[in-house]
Ligand binder design. Structure first.
Ligand code: CUA
Length: 179
């Protein structure tokens, strides 16, 4: 009742002229982060990835392999103890390996996502739990482009919303009249 002058809210002070620079710097840093920070499996051009995999009771080693979509995957499997199998969900890749021998499969990882691989030969009590996972990451070039466009679009929108463009000689009375 004593003072009717509205206080400037914290949100408003965030967009004072000085905040203009902060906003621009933040946007620039965000763009640099999207472009420069190493994402998992940096090279995005399709390449050939070779894996040497060991099967034993009751695991695969490695039990996770990661590639990019479009990569050619070559897996060479050996068995340490007894006969094991390898079946890759989603791709239908299958092999069977005897101890002391090795088997190789080759396929193109054309589907992105996570795919289980499992032992397909009954090899003991824990056979059903002899599992692994193939992770096929999306094409990172495409992902980066989408992320970059998103960041720039949001940044430009916020900037224009808070700091509308004005012709050089244009009067600012419109702005003053609002206050
Ligand atoms: Cu190894 Cu079943």
């Amino acid at each position: 009742m004593t003072d009717s002058v509205p206080k400037r809210s914290g949100l408003n002070s965030l967009f004072q002229p000085r905040a203009k620079g902060v906003l621009l710097v933040s946007l620039a840093l965000l763009i640099i982060a999207v472009v420069a920070v190493p994402w998992p499996l940096q090279p995005s051009a399709p390449t050939t990835r070779r894996f040497t995999m060991v099967s034993r009771q009751f695991e695969f080693e490695p039990n996770t392999i990661q590639v990019n979509q479009g990569d050619t995957v070559i897996i060479t499997l050996t068995a340490d103890d007894v006969v094991h199998g390898f079946f890759l969900d989603g791709y239908g890749v299958k092999m069977r390996v005897e101890p002391g021998q090795s088997q190789t499969v080759q396929f193109v990882a054309d589907k992105s996502g996570k795919f289980r691989y499992r032992c397909s030969v009954s090899c003991g009590t824990m056979h059903p739990f002899m599992l692994g996972e193939l992770v096929v990451g999306p094409n990172t070039t495409f992902g980066r482009a989408v992320a970059l466009i998103g960041v720039v679009a949001i940044g430009v929108t916020v900037y224009l919303w808070k700091f509308p463009l004005r012709e050089p000689g244009e009067s600012t009375t419109e702005v003053r009249s609002k206050k």
